[in-house]
Design a protein around this ligand. Structure first.
Ligand code: AMP
Length: 281
C-alpha cells in the first residue's frame, strides 16, 4: 500500500489510473479503524480497480473540543489493517495540507432541514464541517465511487445532498452497519468504553430490534417512550433522541402505517456519545 501525505503526490499517482480507465473507490475515515471501516474498503475493492482510504480527524466537524481531543488514534494498527484488506493507497494528510488557509468555512452548504434535526440539532455546525471536509477530499481524490456507512444514516443523506449541490458524478455506495456479536455497532468511540459500559451499550441494539419487532402493532410514540426508559435503566447517562422517522426525509412518523421508516438513536454512556440506527422493514 502506498501512503501519501501530500495531495499533489496523490493526484500525480492517480493520473495513470485515470488514463487506463480504472475506477477509483474512496473510503474517507477518521482512523481508529474497525471492521465497519474495513467492510467499506472490501466493498470498494469489489467494485473498483483502485481503492483509496483517507485518515484525517477533521477538526471542523467536532462541536465539542473534548470529543476532538479524545478521539482515538491508532495509526500503526490502522495501516496494518488497511494493508491486510488490500487497500491500494492511504491518504494521510496533516491539517496544514487540508486547511492551508485555516479552517474557516469557504462555502455554506444549503442542507435544508437536514441540518437542524437529530444530529444537526445536538451537534450545531457538525454537518457543515462534514460537507467541508468531504468536498475538499473529493476535489483531491476525484473518485468514481464513494463508500460510506449506514451507521451514520443522517450523514449519508447529507453527503448525497452535497453531491447534488456540487453536481459531482461520483456515485455513493452505502454499506450496511457492521456490529459486534453483541449487536453493538462498531465505532471508533467504542474504544473509550470500559468493559462494563460496553456491556450496557448492548441495550442500543436491543432497543432498536424491539422497535423493529413492534413497529406494525404499537404507535411510534409509545415505542419511543419505552425505549428511552429502557436505555436510562441500562446505564445511559442521557438520551439525546430516539426517533422513528420517515427513512427518506427523517421527518418523525407518529402513526402505524406503511411509510418506510428508520429508528435513530443518540445518547451518552459516561463521556462517550454513541449513535446508531435501524431500518424498520
Ligand atoms: P468515521 O471514521 O467514524 O468517520 O467513519 C468513516 C466511515 O465508516 C463512515 O462512512 C462511517 O459511516 C463508516 N462506518 C463507521 N462505523 C461503521 C460500522 N459499524 N459499519 C459500517 N460502516 C461504518
Amino acid at each position: 500500500m502506498k501512503i501519501f501525505k501530500s495531495a499533489l503526490e496523490l493526484k500525480e499517482s492517480q493520473k495513470k489510473i485515470k488514463l487506463s480507465g480504472g475506477k477509483i473507490g474512496f473510503v474517507p475515515t477518521m482512523g481508529a479503524l474497525h471492521a465497519g471501516h474495513i467492510s467499506l474498503v472490501e466493498m470498494s475493492k469489489n467494485h473498483c480497480e483502485i481503492t483509496i482510504c483517507s485518515i484525517f480527524v477533521n477538526p471542523t466537524q467536532f462541536n465539542d473540543l473534548k470529543d476532538f481531543e479524545n478521539y482515538p488514534a491508532t495509526l500503526e494498527s490502522d495501516i496494518l489493517k488497511l494493508e491486510m484488506a488490500g487497500c491500494d493507497i492511504l491518504f494521510l494528510p496533516g491539517a496544514k495540507e487540508i486547511y492551508p488557509m485555516g479552517t474557516t468555512l469557504q462555502q455554506k452548504y444549503d442542507l435544508g432541514e437536514l441540518e437542524n434535526i437529530l444530529e444537526g440539532k445536538y451537534r450545531p455546525g457538525h454537518f457543515q464541517g462534514v460537507c467541508q471536509i468531504v468536498h475538499l477530499l473529493l476535489n483531491i481524490v476525484s473518485p468514481d465511487f464513494l463508500f460510506i456507512g449506514q451507521k451514520d444514516y443522517q450523514q449519508c443523506m447529507v453527503i448525497k445532498k452535497l453531491l447534488e449541490i456540487l453536481k459531482l458524478e461520483t456515485k455513493i455506495i452505502i454499506g450496511p452497519t457492521y456490529r459486534e456479536l453483541s449487536g453493538l455497532a462498531f465505532s471508533s468511540r467504542n474504544q473509550r468504553l470500559t468493559t462494563a459500559q460496553k456491556e450496557d451499550a448492548k441495550a442500543i441494539f436491543e432497543m432498536l430490534s424491539f422497535i423493529k419487532k413492534n413497529i406494525n402493532t404499537t404507535p411510534p410514540n409509545e415505542l419511543i417512550d419505552y425505549s428511552i426508559k429502557y436505555l436510562l435503566s441500562k446505564g445511559f447517562e442521557n438520551v439525546d433522541y430516539v426517533s422513528i422517522a420517515n427513512a427518506d426525509n427523517l421527518e418523525p412518523v407518529s402513526a402505524i402505517d406503511s411509510t418506510k421508516k428508520v429508528a435513530l438513536f443518540a445518547g451518552k454512556i459516561g463521556a462517550v456519545r454513541l449513535i446508531d440506527n435501524m431500518i424498520l422493514e
